[in-house]
Design a protein around this ligand. Structure first.
Ligand code: NAP
Length: 474
């Protein structure tokens, strides 16, 4: 689909304008992909009023039906949604199709969870201090949730906020990335068409201080769920005041490759982890720590494998790596590589940039204090760092401010167990990429990557509810 989409923010299911028009460009061609009529503070206030005033929460059955009908509609329009993602994010069409498939899973699992009873019963005659009573727990929806999402998975990140909120019965005001608003607005329309009551979801874009910061600060908002960069996440934490926060922030995930690794598997995981989604995943492989005994064989094989990741027009079927989000980001990555080279690293494959396209790039002999090692680099870079042994690898893996996820490639169970015990991060995947998950499993980081509060459909529902306890003489 290449026609320009003209959309407007949605307040309680209805178009709402009042701010300037946002122009969204295709990062590959520079052509206009769409426009969005934005809102100002009045739009944000109207969305909050609609959410806070909503009292007719659909039943569990109705919520599950809404989610399930949305899943069916998305499956039927899979290609159209994938093309919208590619036109605004520059991700290769095959990646965009994969993302739509993930979103289908989110909707399926959220529909299942909407039906699942979540209470517990505690008999109270189990203690000398107790009585013959029962304590029962039940999860109640929060009055209003605010969600703010990034550009890198423009549909799936939105679904990971919205679908659990619907399953929980919690009204939500969503502020998607202004770089990728089109697919978010179209997804919201699917939900309304499937029967979602308008006040349960508004989708807003507009000036940061009038919309995003106003929502974050608002005292009647009971939870802010944010996925994005560390600096913005910390700013939100400072702005939000007294309310629940779910922060899913940046990552700098290591893939540790030990001498006893299956070499083929290690190369596959390094390439997939570094280059999928143009390297723009919070859990992309951002540092490859390779034990010296396998270093040369691994490096040669990764260079050869990198040639298979065709980089070019994201709409071409043959393309595996599309653009990064914009030319400024590609230039930043180019500078990061140049910095490492000036400090002694060698570019063994890729490294060329054209506009927002950056070739998948293998960089060897990267110093441990290089910017691309210490900070998050959000693009198709594969920096290789030699390590002496497992202990050295674990120290280096733990040395950054981040703690999102990790992968370890080894055939040795003792090494695997030691890595699981020692790595200070939210996830350790043995013989898998750090990004491996399913949409319902708990996901999230510690340190600068988050506060240890997980998402994934089941955990996210907990974030959008509170536990009420009641007791009865029984
Ligand atoms: P970003 O710059 O932090 O922006 C994320 C969202 O925050 C956008 O919607 C942005 O709005 C909004 N925002 C900006 N300033 C704000 C403020 N002062 N108050 C409230 N909201 C504000 O992140 P990004 O560049 O889009 O995404 C990439 C980052 O996300 C990477 O660091 C990546 O690792 C991280 N990420 C983390 C996870 C995870 O689960 N841990 C998953 C995916 C991505 P505008 O678009 O209007 O600026």
């Amino acid at each position: 689909m290449s026609e320009v989409q003209h959309l407007a923010c949605l307040v309680a299911g209805q178009p709402f304008t009042g701010g300037p028009s946002l122009v969204v460009r295709n990062p590959y061609s520079g052509e206009v992909s769409g426009t969005v009529a934005t809102v100002g503070r009045a739009g944000a206030d109207a969305a909050l009023a609609a959410a806070l005033g909503f009292a007719s929460t659909p039943t569990r059955h109705q919520r599950a039906e809404i989610l399930d009908r949305t899943r069916a509609a998305l499956e039927a329009r899979r290609e159209e949604f994938a093309r919208t993602i590619t036109s605004e994010a520059g991700l290769a069409l095959r990646e965009a199709r994969y993302e739509v498939g993930r979103t289908v899973d989110v909707l399926r699992f959220a529909a299942m969870e909407a039906l699942r009873d979540d209470g517990q019963v505690f008999s109270c005659d189990v203690s000398a201090q107790g009585k013959p009573r029962k304590i029962v727990t039940t999860r109640e929806p929060l009055r209003c949730a605010v969600a703010i999402t990034p550009f890198n998975h423009p549909l799936n990140q939105v679904a990971h906020k919205v679908a659990p909120a619907i399953a929980a019965g919690t009204p939500m005001v969503l502020k998607p990335s202004e770089k990728t608003p089109l697919v978010a607005l179209r997804f919201a329309q699917l939900l309304y068409d499937a029967g979602l009551p308008g006040p349960m979801l508004s989708v807003l874009l507009g000036p940061t201080h009038e919309v995003a910061e106003h929502l974050v600060r608002h005292p009647d908002v009971e939870v802010v769920a944010f996925t994005g960069s560390v600096p913005v996440g910390k700013r939100i934490a400072a702005t939000a005041g007294y309310k629940k926060l779910v922060l899913e922030l940046g990552g700098n995930d290591p893939l540790i490759v030990l001498d006893d690794a299956d070499l083929d598997l290690a190369v596959t995981l390094a390439a997939e982890g570094s280059y999928r989604n143009s390297g723009q995943r919070c859990t992309a492989v951002k540092r490859i720590l390779v034990q010296r005994g396998i270093l040369h064989a691994f490096t040669d094989r990764l260079v050869a494998r990198t040639a298979e990741y065709v980089c070019g027009n994201p709409m071409d079927e043959a393309t595996r790596v599309g653009t990064v989000i914009d030319e400024a980001s590609a230039r930043y990555l180019e500078e990061t590589v140049a910095d490492a080279v000036n400090a002694g690293a060698r570019v063994l494959a890729g490294g060329k940039r054209s506009g927002a396209l950056l070739q998948p790039t293998v960089i060897a002999d990267v110093p441990r204090d290089a910017r691309m090692v210490v900070c998050e680099s959000f693009g198709p870079l594969a920096p290789i760092l030699p390590v002496d042994d497992l202990d050295d690898a674990l120290r280096l893996a733990n040395s950054t401010a981040y703690g999102l996820s990790s992968g370890v490639v080894t055939r040795n169970l003792e090494h695997a167990i030691k890595a699981i015990r020692t790595l200070r991060c939210g996830t350790v995947n043995i013989n898998e990429v750090p990004g491996f998950r399913i949409e319902s499993s708990p996901f999230g980081g510690i340190k600068d990557s988050g506060l240890g509060i997980k998402e994934g459909v089941i955990e996210a529902i907990k974030g959008y509810t509170f536990v009420k306890t009641f007791s009865l003489p029984w």
